[in-house]
Design a protein around this ligand. Structure first.
Ligand SMILES: [Zn+2]
Length: 60
């Protein structure tokens, strides 16, 4: 299950949220101040997969 990292513009809190692929349209609530519109930074899970695929293409 991918982990999404969010940054809250209201209180500058950073937090991670586990989300299913089908839940990407739902915005999590900041656990610190309760703001409903945090900024998604990146998914460590997806980034790792992309890098692996790139390496495989170069090797072939
Ligand atoms: Zn916040």
């Amino acid at each position: 299950m991918p982990i999404f990292e969010y940054h809250c513009d209201d209180c500058t809190a950073e937090f991670e949220v586990l989300q299913r692929a089908s839940d990407t349209n739902t915005h999590p609530r900041c656990p610190k101040c309760g703001a409903l519109n945090p900024t998604k930074r990146f998914s460590a899970f997806a980034t790792a997969g992309t890098q692996k695929e790139t390496l495989s293409d170069n090797a072939t």
